[in-house]
Write a protein that binds this ligand. Structure first.
Ligand code: SAJ
Length: 446
């Protein structure tokens, strides 16, 4: 290990990054910028060629990334390939491949991780430090990663090679900023390995680095996003309760947040999408779920299930509000036209992964509604808003894109056939909407 420490210290250590996605590629570029020689490995030939031509294959705006790729290629410090054989010259291997959760049985799909680890094990040399950066279920390092690497390489962990887990904390649009500046939890097979990994990350991460065990690191990462998902579910449940009592949940939340102890209270809305929150709760309990009868595990499993049930309910609730509005005003149309504003999972983003609007469209399509969708950020829906709204019987706001907040209610009403406004993100003022002649129903404010 001393030889490896020296190579890390003087940056002569050769590094490989397996999986050049929204984590692996920025990490590879930051390592090259820090002065390391980096081998980027990805299974797709197309993505490899794109990166080697200086282009970023990552959707959405990532400030500085493409420039960093070009500099890394220019300095000859970064090369992308589909071939693992170069690992026999490499000292540190980071693995950042996808770890999705199966949408039906909620079990983590580790095929990409297992394939990557098998290739790493078969090609790495003695003395290599292997670090998993993907978000994985607690227990994965101990029960999946370690046994696979040992079996496929024939080497002993902690003796012949070193193993750690350092999950990333990144948000699309801020990848480089967060990878370089945010604190990181650095988990190791043993204390020595964790310290070695801290020494490595210190070379390009400015944030605080906390050494711990790799199982602790697995739990920290999955709990962080589960916590946020839970806070949002708390707000969504409150919104439903406020509808029952006929009060405005946003007024309630505004007053709650006045309490210095509760400024972090989050907001209800039309649902929870994205690449992290909908899956990380399931990931957190995935390997322990088999012991759900154990009183140590049961509460976490049941809490995750309830939180996900509440957040997944919200797009369905938007449909109920729509139907209630039609019913209350005795609007009976053969095939009402519904205009949906927002398809991305997040305001001012083009990312549509696990979008709540996808669930909404699935529900409406099963019933007799005509649907038209608008989203200024999403290619397929970047259409003329007036044409989406023309002759429509309801406008459903699913995403709080800034552009929507500037719309004139008067103009919108003139375009529509029936002035129903279902506000899933509280971007319009209820009274003003009603004054403009709308039948207004907001999530948590009916
Ligand atoms: N949402 C609500 N109410 C809220 C906040 C969000 O309904 O008060 C919805 C959003 O509309 C969206 C979903 O939840 O559909 C997720 O939104 P998000 O703000 O959590 O954004 P994400 O999914 O990109 O979360 C990421 C996470 N970061 C990492 O995984 C490292 C999350 O832990 C961060 O807190 C979040 O970014 C952030 O704050 O940037």
């Amino acid at each position: 290990m001393d030889d490896l420490k020296q190579k890390i210290k003087n940056k002569s250590a050769k590094v490989a990054v397996v999986g050049l996605g929204y984590v692996g590629l920025p990490v590879a570029c930051l390592l090259a910028k820090a002065g390391f020689s980096v081998l980027g490995i990805n299974r797709g030939r197309e993505k490899v060629d794109l990166i080697n031509s200086g282009k970023s294959p990552i959707e959405g705006k990532e400030p500085g990334l493409e420039q960093l790729i070009k500099e890394a290629l220019g300095s000859k410090r970064l090369r992308a390939t589909t071939d693992y054989t170069g690992l026999n010259q490499v000292d540190v291997v980071l693995v950042a491949v996808e770890t999705p959760v199966d949408k039906t049985d909620r079990v983590p799909k580790y095929e990409a991780l297992q394939a990557a680890l098998t290739s790493v094990a078969k090609n790495m040399k003695r003395g290599t430090l292997v670090i998993i950066e993907s978000t994985i279920a607690p227990g994965t390092m101990k029960n999946v990663v370690a046994p696979l690497l040992k079996k496929e390489s024939g080497l002993q962990i902690g003796k012949d090679f070193y193993l750690g887990h350092c999950p990333e904390r990144v948000t699309p649009g801020r990848l480089l900023l967060q990878l370089e500046n945010w604190p990181r939890v650095v988990g190791g097979f043993d204390r020595e390995t964790a310290q070695l990994a801290v020494l490595f990350y210190k070379k390009f991460v400015k944030g605080e680095l906390d050494a711990t065990t790799y199982t602790t690191a697995e739990i920290v990462k999955t709990e962080e996003n589960t916590f946020r998902d839970t806070l949002i579910a708390q707000a969504n449940a409150l919104a439903l309760l406020c509808e029952y009592f006929g009060v405005d949940v946003y007024e309630v939340v505004r007053l709650i947040k006045k309490d210095p102890a509760h400024t972090a209270y989050l907001y209800p809305g039309a649902g929870v999408g994205g690449h992290c929150l909908p899956k990380d709760g399931y990931l957190k309990v995935a390997l322990a779920r088999k012991d759900a009868k154990d009183q140590r595990i049961g509460p976490s499993v049941r809490l995750v299930e309830l939180v996900r049930e509440i957040n997944d309910l919200m797009p369905k609730h938007v449909v109920s509000l729509l139907k209630e509005a039609f019913k209350e005003k005795k609007i009976s149309l053969k095939r009402p036209k519904i205009s949906i504003l927002g398809y991305a999972y997040l305001q001012n983003s083009d990312d549509t992964r696990n979008s709540p609007t996808e669930s909404l469209v699935k529900i409406l399509s099963k019933e007799n509604f005509e649907i038209s969708i608008h989203d200024p950020y999403v290619k397929d829906y970047r259409v003329d808003l007036d044409s989406v709204l023309a002759g429509s019987d309801a406008m459903v706001v699913m995403v709080a894109h800034d552009e929507y907040k500037r719309l004139s209610l008067g103009q919108l009403k003139n375009l529509m056939r029936t002035p129903v406004l279902i506000d899933g993100r509280n971007i319009f003022d209820k009274e003003k909407a009603q004054k403009a002649g709308f039948i207004y129903k907001g999530v948590g404010n009916v």
